[in-house]
Design a protein around this ligand. Sequence first.
Ligand code: SAM
Length: 251
Amino acid sequence: MGEMKHDNSTRAWNELGEEWFELAQTGESRIHFIMPYMLAKLGNVAGAKILDLGCGEGGYSRALAEKDADVTAVDCSEPAILYAAGQAEKQGLSIQHYIRNSNDLFGIEDGSFDIVLCSMMLMDCEDFEGTVREAARVLKPRGRLYASVLHPCFDGNHDTGIGRQGNGIDRQVVVMNYFEPKTWEAPLWRGKTPVVWRHRTMEDYVKTFVGAGLTIVDLDEPRATDKQAKMSVQLAWLQKIPLYLFWELRK
Ligand SMILES: C[S@@+](CC[C@H](N)C(=O)[O-])C[C@H]1O[C@@H](n2cnc3c(N)ncnc32)[C@H](O)[C@@H]1O
């Protein structure tokens, strides 16, 4: 059995530890916008074998297991996996958990999943190519990869790359350097501990998916519904500028 190789994403997320769990479970855009959207896209998952890659605190894994999917959850962060496993146990959900770098899913067989879910993690991992290669490897033929990432055109390094200007509903995004910088360190929104952030261009994403033999079935730039927009100015602004990108890919 192999041993997980650390890189700067796995180190940063391990050091972040528990800070992420509270942010994830109270973050308005994740709870009311990003997560319901992805779960609706996944639809009826009863009986499906799903790998939640970069599962974090495990919210998606639990939601999918509650819908009778057969879920395996993987993350590079030991605190995240311990927390996710504890929560699953408390709720009586049977989910398998592994601590792995997403670029080396040792112990997980080729062609074993109907669906690989990568929610908001492909912009974080250091080895993106290796991660997509592994996701493709563990998918069954014609299996689906559902992925979301912060939108690379409208989010990035706020000091020197892609900045937010102004406040409220008329806030603007100013793109200063789309191609640079590629990585930087900063806390998560409302967080304290610095984590490694990464910017990948649309071209990086698409060429890597295609290079791994995946076919793009769909791409969405989700926008807030009127109901979501009524919740806050932050969510209302998401009717103007997309926060993230969603892909459905087929092996
Ligand atoms: C922004 S969080 C998203 C968590 C979860 N998917 C969600 O949407 O709530 C990113 C997650 O990716 C994990 N991650 C980052 N780099 C990774 C890597 N190389 N291998 C495995 N997991 C990684 C982090 O530990 C973290 O849990």
